[in-house]
Ligand binder design. Structure first.
Ligand code: MRU
Length: 342
């Protein structure tokens, strides 16, 4: 899959507006970091690794367009930009990982000329972008060994090219295996309420020629019970030190169904998604999104006014339901192995 979801060119960030897919494939250009923060909030760019890259580019925009000539004012403006970008989405730790990489560069070079700090911020953001491509390629290679011809693989949400700069995490393994000539097919949960599976996963797999079937989220237990699926692979937004994994709401239920039917449940993610400061998943902050995402469908109200709405964007799958985690460093069947990856 050669699709590039987000890139930097001519002092602007260019990204595929994912809210318009699949009906419109449009690249939007952003030069104001507050607009980029808004694009993250509204899911124009989404998926943990892509959010991290977008955050780093947001800082590059803030510094590129800063008019401050006084060092203290410039550093203050960078800190404010960091706070605004950090406040967009709380669960994907990749965002905070990328912002920390940029703030480390600023702090380590704070005694240099402003123009030099600006150059170093952009250099770091571009490095994060490039590393994401290489890392996803390695994840794909590592995950591909899990797949054989004849596999029918279920996935949830979108952990494909659109969720990263290129290739994806969970789908990187699928692309890799497919390109190796393995005959595989994918089933994509539609992923209510924002339909990342129906709109995005099916779009990119279809574009790549990989057979894909979409089903409603509430159909997976039935599909699996009929022996139609033999593997599940998903991405992650944050993985705690013990392996508990936050991913799109509905992932936990899928892991329970997988265990009941004795099929493997895999999680693919870069090391930037691992949060070793959190001992377990109970400490992962879960984003709560607006009630309108549920109460309206196709701009039509489908839940009566005044009814309370529960809309968490993510859930946490306990470590013991996960067969293995795949990162750029390899495959770990136990969370204890994460230490070897550092
Ligand atoms: O709300 P989203 O669309 O950003 O949620 C994305 C997911 O849950 C993905 O599965 C996760 O970020 C992994 S992306 C490689």
């Amino acid at each position: 899959m050669d699709l590039v979801t987000i890139y930097w060119e001519n002092k602007a960030v260019h990204l595929i507006d994912q809210t318009l897919l699949p009906s419109e494939e449009k690249v939007i250009s952003i030069t104001d970091y507050t607009d980029l923060a808004e694009a993250i909030k509204k899911l124009k760019v989404r998926g943990a690794p892509a959010i991290g890259v977008a955050g780093a580019f947001g800082m590059a925009l803030a510094s590129t367009y800063s008019k401050k000539t006084d060092k203290t004012d410039f550093l203050k403006e960078m800190a404010e930009a960091g706070d605004i970008i950090a406040a967009t989405r709380p669960t994907a730790v990749n965002l905070f990982w990328a912002l920390k990489k940029i703030s480390d560069v600023i702090m380590e070079n704070k005694d240099r000329e402003i123009v030099e700090i600006k150059r170093l911020i952009l250099e770091k953001a571009l490095q994060i972008w490039k590393d994401d491509i290489d890392i996803c390629n390695s994840i794909g290679k590592n995950a591909s060994v899990l797949f054989r011809s004849g596999d029918r693989i279920l996935t949830h949400c979108n952990a494909g090219s659109l969720a990263t700069v290129k290739y994806g995490t969970a789908l990187a393994g699928v692309y890799y295996a497919f390109n190796e000539g393995k005959s595989i097919e994918v089933y994509a949960d539609e992923t209510r309420p924002l339909l990342q599976g129906a709109r995005l996963t099916s779009w990119e797999l279809n574009k790549s020629g990989i057979p894909v079937t979409v089903l409603c989220d509430n159909m997976s237990a039935s599909l699996i019970s009929r022996g139609k699926i033999n593997k599940i692979i998903v991405g992650a937004d944050r993985i705690a030190a013990n392996g508990d994994t936050a991913n799109k709401i509905g992932t936990f239920g899928l892991a329970i169904i997988a265990r009941y039917h004795n099929i493997p449940f895999y999680v693919a993610a870069p090391l930037s998604t691992f949060d070793f400061e959190l001992t377990d998943g109970s400490k992962i902050p879960i984003e709560q999104r607006s009630s309108e995402e549920l109460s309206y469908f196709n701009k039509k109200r489908i839940i009566p006014e005044g009814v309370r709405i529960y809309n968490p964007a993510f859930d946490v799958t306990p470590s013991n339901l996960i067969s293995a985690w795949i990162s750029e460093k390899g495959i770990a069947e136990k969370a204890e192995k994460f230490k070897e990856w550092l």
